[in-house]
Design a protein around this ligand. Structure first.
Ligand code: NAD
Length: 375
């Protein structure tokens, strides 16, 4: 039986951590969801030839290349997925947009907000559908948290604490990587972008920030053995004021020894509270003032088919979905937007917003003063 759905060919740039996640996402989205379009893995590019060939074979792409422009120049390819280092996002995205292709780019969208603005403007002018990789927002339990906040179950929202802490840069002898690039690297851009996206997803716009960005490990050797000064933050923190009147904070920390994926939040309302940890991301913890005295405490809500789209992956509650499933949900939303003319889940304009917040926090930290967002 032939599949009569329209097909769209995908070109993937980069075969590392996120390259594999994008390949998973495109492969599984069409299997898990009934989408209006079927994605076909066509060409994968990586500067490392062996990696490109291995990835083509392992992920199921038809072609492999060491030149990402082969993807741009192929008129058959409809979506370009960019999972290369941050400093390359702008050049690759603008080339794909100019070639009339839809673009799915990893976060942070670009090293600088002005670059991200150029990318968002170019995409909108060309009528291109875009997506930025903020996959954690696709978690059904985050959707639940937002619904509970919006419905008033927590009452008036008073306080927020957000955190994204990992320890992959904790070893001071570890190499200087693209994440240390002075043009847009750092913990705040890398991890804080997720913490900020989650904060605004749950509570709405941040209006003012007070940042504190700290470099703890001042030098690292690059791959050639040259000692490079680290100019970006290892820890970026900010106090936040939200448009809804709440106040809060976020911390981005990539030297948090022992922490692997502490992308957590706490929301405090006048009637209840929520806590969440990405390390156990199939759970949301809810405290309600309405519980009887002597019975109060945070109750654990486990992910289940009652929390769409969990049920698309598994019919049984509590069996849990995984990191790559979030990518499949993200891809499904994006493919639907491409084919049905619906809004994308998190487009370049939304990515620009996060980059603007990152820069405002960095500027506030340098000036040691509160700063209005976008001011
Ligand atoms: N959304 C998320 O949860 C998440 C998680 C991790 C990383 N990221 C983002 O994904 C991007 C990549 O991160 P990663 O962890 O996958 O890095 P990585 O180092 O594992 O992979 C990057 C790949 O890009 C390739 N590459 C470098 N220059 C290239 C070029 N000119 N042409 C083609 N390929 C090139 C490298 O060889 C490597 O295979 C970054 O922007 C990062 O911020 C997002």
């Amino acid at each position: 039986m032939s599949n009569s759905k329209p097909k769209i060919k995908v070109g993937l740039i980069g075969t590392g951590f996120m390259g594999k996640a994008h390949a998973f996402g495109f492969t599984n989205a069409s299997r898990v969801f009934d989408l209006p379009v079927v994605a076909e893995l066509d060409t994968v590019a990586d500067i490392n030839e062996a990696e490109a060939r291995n990835a083509a074979r392992a992920f199921g792409f038809t072609n492999a290349t060491t030149d990402w422009r082969d993807i741009i120049n192929d008129p058959e390819i409809g979506i370009v997925s960019i999972t290369a280092p941050n400093a390359l996002h702008k050049e690759m995205s603008l080339a794909a947009i100019a070639a009339g292709k839809h673009v799915y780019c990893e976060k942070p969208l670009a090293p600088l907000a002005q670059d991200a603005r150029e990318m968002a403007d170019a995409a909108e002018a060309a009528g291109i559908k875009t997506q930025v990789g903020f996959n954690y927002l696709c978690n059904p339990m985050l959707q639940l948290a937002r619904a509970m906040i919006e419905s008033g179950e927590l009452g008036e929202i008073r306080g927020y604490r957000g955190l994204h802490a990992e320890d992959y840069m904790a070893d001071a002898s570890g190499p200087f990587t693209f994440r240390h690039d002075p043009a847009g690297g750092g913990a705040l851009a890398d991890l804080g972008s997720h913490a900020l996206a989650t904060a605004e997803f749950l509570l709405g716009p941040v209006t003012e920030v007070m940042g504190d960005c700290v470099t703890v490990i001042p030098n690292r050797k690059d791959r050639s053995g040259t000692v490079r000064a680290v100019e970006v933050d290892d820890i970026g923190r900010a106090f936040l004021r939200f448009e809804n009147g709440a106040s809060g904070s976020i911390e981005a920390n990539w030297i948090a020894t022992g922490r692997k994926m502490q992308h957590d939040f706490e929301v405090f309302g006048s009637k209840g509270a929520l806590t969440f940890s990405q390390e156990r991301f199939n759970e949301l913890h809810f405290y309600s003032n309405d519980d009887a005295e002597g019975r109060q405490g945070f109750r654990r809500i486990e992910a289940s088919p009652a929390h769409p789209p969990y049920g698309q992956f598994c019919v049984a509650p509590g069996h849990q979905i995984g990191f790559n499933d979030l990518k499949a949900i993200e891809v499904a939303g994006y493919l639907s937007a491409i084919n049905d003319d619906a809004a994308e889940p998190f487009n370049f304009r939304a990515g620009l917003r996060i980059q603007t917040l990152v820069e405002d926090i960095q500027t506030s930290s340098a000036q040691q003063a509160w700063r209005k967002v976008g001011g």
